[in-house]
Design a binder for this molecule. Structure first.
Ligand SMILES: CC(C)(COP(=O)([O-])OP(=O)([O-])OC[C@H]1O[C@@H](n2cnc3c(N)ncnc32)[C@H](O)[C@@H]1OP(=O)([O-])[O-])[C@@H](O)C(=O)NCCC(=O)NCCSC(=O)C[C@@](C)(O)CC(=O)[O-]
Length: 301
């Protein structure tokens, strides 16, 4: 049954910006995060504590967290691949962290330099430390439909990794269609398998829009009762280890659809579009959201 209320997890400042070729000014990151919070987003992935040699755009995440104007009720989170990343995130004052695994061996090796089984072992000390510090841990599974290295992925692989992450103590697993190849039929097949064994309240949807399918797939996820949807303002993003993959579902497009379906989400569309247009201008490109394009007046003259 379609949920009456949806939690939007805004991943633009992390998933969105991590793949940008040109350096992004610290102040632009802060303005983006604050603009998103001002628009009503209550879960914002603001950075990531990974090796800066591998993902240079996230190198300043500690500084970003230190300088955030925290708004009450907003959860500011970060990616942490291992204990070292978690310790840095904790020192930076994150409210929540996310560990990230993959449903394919090829992507796991390229992305985090270890096998899927090894990645789960690396998360064990993170879970212990997070529990001791009272920090909730979310998880991602990448490549839930297809992998740029291993091809099509069997839903049983996704189920096994999802279960392992929940068994470790993650409160939720976000299902990442990293390369954006899923069609609604693929999403249905995946969710039929997953929901035979995992409660719907422990799953979130994370679709990239490379093939223009993200909103259609999100609608399928909502239809299956998934009430947490990841999206990225202005459709920012991509993954450094999935060449050619484009940004996430644009938050503006998601909000517009939810408005039309009378599903509560708490986000002001006008303020969201303004935040998306600001970061797009800072990056020297057009806002990739169709809704933002439709609702933004063309420049005068
Ligand atoms: C995971 C590691 C760190 C393992 O990297 P590794 O090479 O296996 O780690 P290591 O323990 O062998 O250490 C190697 C070097 O990394 C350093 N190191 C070790 N840990 C850290 C850390 N936490 N922060 C900073 N530095 C770290 C460590 O100090 C050492 O430095 P060196 O001595 O060479 O100078 C590395 O592979 C890495 O940083 N990978 C980047 C992964 C990444 O950020 N990918 C993009 C995000 S995932 C994504 O976008 C998908 C998602 C979530 O959105 C969902 C979807 O759409 O699919």
């Amino acid at each position: 049954m379609i949920p009456k209320q949806v939690k939007i997890v805004e991943v633009g400042p992390r998933d969105g910006l991590q793949n940008e070729a040109t350096p992004i000014h610290h102040d632009d990151k802060l303005a983006l995060i604050d603009g998103l919070a001002d628009a009503g987003l209550r879960a914002i992935e603001a950075g990531s504590f990974v090796n800066p040699k591998w993902v240079p755009q996230m190198a300043g995440s500690g500084d970003v967290f230190a300088a955030l104007q925290r708004r009450p009720g907003v959860v500011y989170s970060a990616l942490t691949p291992n204990l070292r990343g978690f310790e840095q995130a904790l020192a930076a004052g994150v409210d929540e962290v996310a560990v990230f695994a993959a449903a394919s061996e090829g992507f796991s090796r390229k992305n985090i330099n270890c096998s899927v089984a090894e990645s789960l072992q690396r998360f064990e000390p993170v879970m212990v430390a997070a529990s001791a510090a009272g920090v909730p841990v979310r998880a991602y599974v990448s490549c839930v439909i297809a992998c740029p290295y291993d091809g099509r992925i069997d839903a049983s692989n996704v189920l096994n990794v999802t279960r392992a992450l929940l068994d470790l103590g993650c409160y939720e697993v976000s299902l990442g269609d990293t390369v954006g190849q899923a069609t609604p039929a693929d999403t249905r097949r995946l969710l039929d398998t997953l929901l035979s064994a995992v409660p719907v309240g422990q799953l979130a949807a994370h679709f990239h829009d490379t093939y223009g399918q993200a909103l259609a797939n999100t609608l399928v996820a909502l239809d299956y009762g998934i009430a947490t949807i990841d999206s990225s303002v202005a459709g920012l993003g991509g993954c450094p280890y999935a060449r050619g993959a484009s940004g996430n579902l644009a938050t503006e497009d998601l909000v517009y659809m939810l408005n039309g379906m009378d599903i509560e989400h708490g986000v002001n569309l006008d303020k969201l579009i303004a935040a998306g247009n600001r970061i797009s201008a800072a990056l020297g490109r057009r806002n990739q959201s169709k809704v933002a394009q439709a609702l933004t007046p063309p420049p005068a003259g």
